[in-house]
Design a protein around this ligand. Structure first.
Ligand code: NI
Length: 376
């Protein structure tokens, strides 16, 4: 757009392995390609290393002009930060080798055979064939070890490996994957919030933050409080999911304002629609909605479900969801159209892949085999 030479210059700070370098010669015409090039130069990162730039938790695309969408940044004293992530092949194999999880073998042998040796820390197994997206994902998953909060695994508190599995379940949850893909999100680490780290608690409380989760550097790292206060169990899965989506919403908005809640509500819609409209596929004999512990009765009341949830959550911040009804309704309508289009056009079966049909038939046979009189 701007053709004059008086484009305002914008600064940005690149952060790579704790090292910060500020680029001051950028403008609204700077593209992602320029940024990647300058970053390689500044940190001497060779072309053979895969590079990812994260701005506000989102990967910078080659065509992106990141400053057109954030013009106010130029007035700020501290330049916005871009996280630089370089992945060499040795780093990747390190992540893959982190899964020396002794539970894996006993936990679900059948599943173990299927996923075999490939990256189980990332690919999960709880959701069957559903795994994280290749590009938009949580790169690392990290539970707290018992030393960090002083509880040995043979006491009643769930073992570190169970916490790790729970984080994997969250990361691979197809409803969460749908959100990550839709919004092109990359989060470096999904971690367990130390359940008895008082310092962190005070910090989050003082900043009016959330006690159930923590978002560091706009999505560079998200930590979720997995355990109940008495450490005897994990919090219910659906509330862990809600916390994770809440933290993802902080990738865009730091405050708990109306923009934040609108974004949150829309992501909740994306999550619920995914699960409540994939009810014909079975994983380990259950629908994913059942695996996500969602009430399938709310399929046609997703909007109402979200508004109720918002009423409760926003109340804690002195807000009411009435004024953000419209954009959330709109997102629900869009999703309604997306998920129901196929059904109207071609009838149910034609929209299932051959694989899905086979799975469904196998599941039907299995169920009939178990309970010959049950016709659903
Ligand atoms: Ni929050």
């Amino acid at each position: 757009m701007a053709s004059s030479t008086s484009l305002p210059l914008v600064s940005v700070t690149l952060s790579f392995k704790g090292q910060n370098v500020t680029l001051e010669n950028l403008s609204t015409s700077t593209t992602g390609t320029d940024l990647y090039e300058q970053t390689r130069k500044v940190f001497s990162i060779p072309e053979t290393t895969e590079l990812k730039l994260l701005f506000k938790g989102k990967k910078v695309g080659l065509e992106d002009h990141i400053f057109t969408s954030v013009p106010t940044q130029t007035k700020k004293k501290t330049p916005p930060k871009i996280m630089v992530m370089a992945t060499s092949s040795s780093t990747i194999s390190h992540i893959a080798s982190q899964r020396s999880d002794p539970l894996i073998r006993g936990f679900d042998k059948e599943q173990q055979k299927q996923t075999s040796t490939k990256n189980a820390a990332i690919t999960g197994g709880y959701w069957g064939r559903h795994t994280q997206d290749k590009n938009y994902k949580f790169c690392k998953i990290q539970a707290c070890d018992w030393q960090s909060f002083g509880h040995r695994p043979n006491e009643k508190t769930p073992h570190e490996f169970q916490a790790q599995r729970l984080l994997e379940r969250l990361a691979n949850d197809p409803g969460i994957v749908a959100i990550m893909k839709e919004r092109e999100l990359v989060v470096n680490t999904l971690g367990e919030m130390d359940p008895i780290d008082d310092r962190l608690m005070q910090k989050t409380e003082a900043s009016g933050g959330c006690l159930l989760g923590y978002n560091t550097n706009r999505g560079l790292r998200i930590d979720i409080k997995l355990r109940t206060d008495d450490l005897q169990a994990f919090r219910p899965y659906p509330s862990l999911v809600a916390t994770l989506i809440h933290e993802l919403s902080h990738n865009w908005v730091g405050e708990h304002d109306l923009v934040f809640w609108t974004n949150f509500g829309q992501m909740r819609a994306e999550y619920l629609y995914w699960h409540l409209h994939h009810t014909r596929e079975f994983v380990h004999g259950k629908t994913t909605a059942e695996l996500a512990e969602l009430p399938t009765s709310s399929k046609h009341k997703i909007f109402e479900f979200i508004m109720q949830e918002l009423l409760r959550d926003m109340h804690q911040h002195g807000l009411h969801p009435n004024s953000i009804q419209a954009p959330i309704r709109q997102r629900c309508d869009e999703l309604d159209a997306t998920y129901n289009r196929g059904r109207r056009l071609g009838g149910d079966d034609k929209n299932l892949s051959a694989r899905e049909k086979a799975l469904e038939a196998a599941e039907r046979r299995r169920r009939q085999g178990q309970q010959p009189e049950n016709k659903e």
